[in-house]
Design a protein around this ligand. Sequence first.
Ligand code: PMP
Length: 412
Amino acid sequence: MVKSLNQIRNDFPILDQKVNDEDLVYLDNAATTQKPRAVVEALAHYYYTDNANVHRGVHTLAERATADFEAAREKVRAFINARSTTEVLFTRGTTTSLNWIAASYGEKVIGAGDEIVISYMEHHSNLVPWQQLALRKKATLKYIKMTADGHLDMTDAAEQITDKTKIVAIAQVSNVLGVVNPIKALAKLAHEHGAIMVADGAQSLPNMPVDVQELDCDFLAFSGHKMLGPTGIGVLYGKEAILNEMPPIEFGGEMIDFVDLFQSSWKELPWKFEAGTPDISGAIGLGAAIDYLSAIGMANVQAHEQELVNYVLPKLLAIDDLTVYGPHDPAQHTGVIAFNLNGLHPHDLATGLDMEGVAVRAGHHCAQPLMKYLKVPATARASFYLYNTKADADRLVDAIVATKEFFKHGTV
Ligand code: PMP
């Protein structure tokens, strides 16, 4: 890495604090990541020096704000290797991006009897919009099964995706099982049947290099806040030819070309979809986050997380009574690790870990159908990121063991 791990940690002042008298170990990165100084400073700089509304003004601040906002779009384009900035729409996050596809493309293309194919491991954001679209249109929602160790079953995928399928929508990385799904192979399968491929990149964009041309997905949705950026900003990538055919979802200022009393026309891409004042500072903050990640290099980010997984997964698997979900081979597992301590509710486990200063999440992780599939009500989940260390991994393991002992004997 161009920066040492210590230098990286110094960029995140929030990490340097005590929680319950212990040094904080932040392992809830799949929910949201911390923000480096560069991102917070980009937001401050924008508000202190350039703040103005975009696109409409001719005065200097408006021109600067517009240039910064559109420069952020170009940073996103380069980060995902889209062909053009016309293919990069700013949204509020992954959830909004996926809802936009369902509301515009889905509403236009899906008819009675058509199929939408997703999987059992989808986050509610990549499930409920399709479920509701299917209900509205009397279409069929189909689920691709998983293998015993939590991978997408590609044999079943080949059976579920048929000539009736219009949309295949799958997470590139699961937010529970820590598996990477083969979006490129799924896109090929979808295209062979005349369907389009939607990739939910909420958990992949922060952690690995993603190239939309290489994947050949038709849409990609992701959130800024999970990749060091601010909350409230996200991206919908779509192939230009498809976006051009799609009707706008919202109407109002910024997205119109010409408004007459009884009809209107729309701006060209990408602004056709961005009605109203956008999250200007959010986009600029996301641009700063992308600069930060790009300077480190996404291959390095991924390699660092892999090293942590190689280190921690065998230690977790060695704890008696701990069930780890997803593949047990570290080489097949990303930095998202879900687990349960037998006999203990995951909320009690997470509370026990918090007592030790270790922040993890517990619950259904917005994946209730997956919990049902795994036959568990909920799990605890630790998720590692570029600023985590092997010492953090040790603290997690020690805190799990201490919590287990506490609930067994009533003392730590
Ligand atoms: N998809 C996946 C796989 C996720 O992990 C998340 C966030 N937990 C989302 C979608 C939704 O992201 P957001 O809440 O930022 O819209």
